[in-house]
Design a binder for this molecule. Structure first.
Ligand code: F0G
Length: 454
């Protein structure tokens, strides 16, 4: 059976090509811009290729009770909206997606916004949202007969790629910036058997090296310039809409690094609206770290029309990216949905991460920019008390335990970074202390803690 109904459309000049005609770097030969996957059959008003909204809502819900491998995946459960394979039998899945959406009662109360939720993409098989895009793009690589896959990464893409490649029996090459990725992530690519190269450059330098490599060797590029990554990464939008019974929240906040995730979520909501699954779009806002903020800067300077790359610097290493590949797509999503793009400081990120920890949720630093950004939007009156807000938490808290420990030990931030958030920070810090091995000593420690039960 041929399930494949897609073509690629250049985001810049609109040129259309067949999926298998893309060059190894997934750039348009006419204008050098990126492609996005499009499904021509969906434009027909009726016909067998246009998905039927009512039937799909029912079918996708039914699949949650199925024990079939594809149905158990929170990505392939929605396969009618990602017909990118000749046969879905070629899908490589680790049962990704179907991640939890948590209400955040303390955050809601503190901000005076009744309905703040966290969609925790860190609860995916390798601990980040990258799994949703890896299952789709790596499955295409496998179907097209590639033996090798590769990516440049700040750590999560490489962890996901290495795992999915291992599942598929393929070989993977990981290119990462030396010393600038979290240990949890580095350990994963080793564990899953990738060939891991640490380069003495930053993420943007790693991308340049890999771009050259894939043009010289038959290696399939799995960075997010690969449009099939975004197809899987749009499915959390479907899960969110389904959770709210197809009436979407007012706001979605997403961390911005290479800017593919915001692009993918925007595509997901846009397609759902075009197909009649939802009736309006949520406002999608992209939040960056102050030291890696080219899109936020672009919105301040020229309304998201052009970008000036920056030399990126942030402890949220996942989003330490100065020249984001998908900035045009992300800017369009922000503009078309009426959202915002802003940046937050190192101190604000650290406090927001600890606050999410106190909710019993936890996440990696890059994910916490969303809560820090929400506080700013609320402060500027851009979020109403009655609004429903969903924060996209992109990575698991155990990815970067060093950051958490440094925060609680008080060694994470420089004094000038900590100063503006000092009271909040001190209220949240809970360092581990060495205590004598007696009940009396432990009880004495409890007495020392303000608000303890003794
Ligand atoms: N959050 C986490 C935890 C990430 O790992 C990334 C990106 C982002 C947010 C930003 O998403 O790039 O789509 O805007 N990590 C990439 C990587 C770059 O290599 O793992 P984006």
């Amino acid at each position: 059976m041929n399930d494949n109904l897609h073509q690629l459309r250049c985001f810049g000049c609109g040129a259309r090509i067949r999926g298998d005609q893309a060059n190894p770097i997934f750039r348009c030969v006419e204008c050098d811009d990126l492609f996005e996957v499009e499904y021509p059959g969906w434009n027909q008003l009726r016909g067998t290729d246009r998905p039927n909204a009512g039937a799909l809502k029912w079918l996708w819900r039914e699949r949650r009770a199925s024990s079939e491998l594809l149905d158990r995946s929170g990505v392939w459960r929605f396969r009618e909206l990602l017909p990118i394979l000749d046969s879905f039998g070629n899908a490589v899945s680790l049962q990704e997606g179907n991640t939890p959406l948590y209400h955040l009662p303390r955050t809601s109360k503190a901000l005076g916004v009744a309905q703040v939720f966290a969609k925790h993409q860190g609860m995916n098989p390798t601990g980040s949202f990258k799994d949703t895009g890896m299952t789709s793009a790596l499955s295409v690589a496998k179907e097209r007969g590639f033996e090798w896959v590769a990516c440049a990464s700040t750590g999560n893409t490489s962890a996901a790629m290495a795992a999915y490649a291992a599942r598929a029996g393929m070989k993977s090459l990981v290119i990462i910036p030396d010393g600038k990725i979290a240990w949890g992530k580095l350990s994963q690519s080793m564990d899953y058997g990738a060939v891991t190269c640490q380069l003495a450059t930053d993420f943007d330098g790693c991308v340049r090296v890999l771009t050259s490599i894939v043009q010289q060797a038959p290696i399939y590029l799995l960075n997010s310039v690969n449009p099939y990554r975004l197809e899987g990464q749009k499915t959390p939008a479907l899960e969110i809409a389904e959770y709210f019974d197809w009436s979407v929240p007012e706001h979605i906040l997403v961390p911005g690094g290479n800017l593919a995730n915001s692009s993918a979520l925007g595509k997901g909501f846009r397609e759902m609206k075009a197909l009649g699954l939802i009736s309006r779009l949520p406002k999608i806002s992209v939040i960056q770290a102050e030291g890696a903020n080219p899109l936020a800067q672009s919105f301040r300077d020229n309304g998201g029309q052009s970008i000036v790359p920056v030399k990126a610097q942030t402890r949220a290493t996942a989003i330490r990216i100065g020249n984001p590949a998908s900035w045009r797509k992300a800017a369009q999503v922000v503009l078309e949905t009426g959202g915002w793009c802003l940046d937050v400081t190192e101190g604000e990120i650290a406090v927001a991460k600890a606050e999410l920890g106190r909710e019993g949720i936890g996440c990696e630093p890059a994910s916490a920019v969303t809560l820090a950004g929400l506080k700013k939007l609320v402060g500027e009156g851009k979020v109403a008390p009655s609004d429903t807000v969903v924060l996209l938490l992109t990575g698991h808290t155990l990815k970067d335990a060093d950051y958490t420990i440094d925060f609680h030990r008080g060694t994470l931030l420089k004094p000038e970074e900590a100063a503006p958030v000092l009271p909040e920070m001190e209220a949240l810090r809970r360092d581990a202390v060495k205590v004598e091995a007696t009940p009396e000593a432990v009880l004495a420690r409890l007495k020392e803690i303000q608000g303890g039960w003794v």
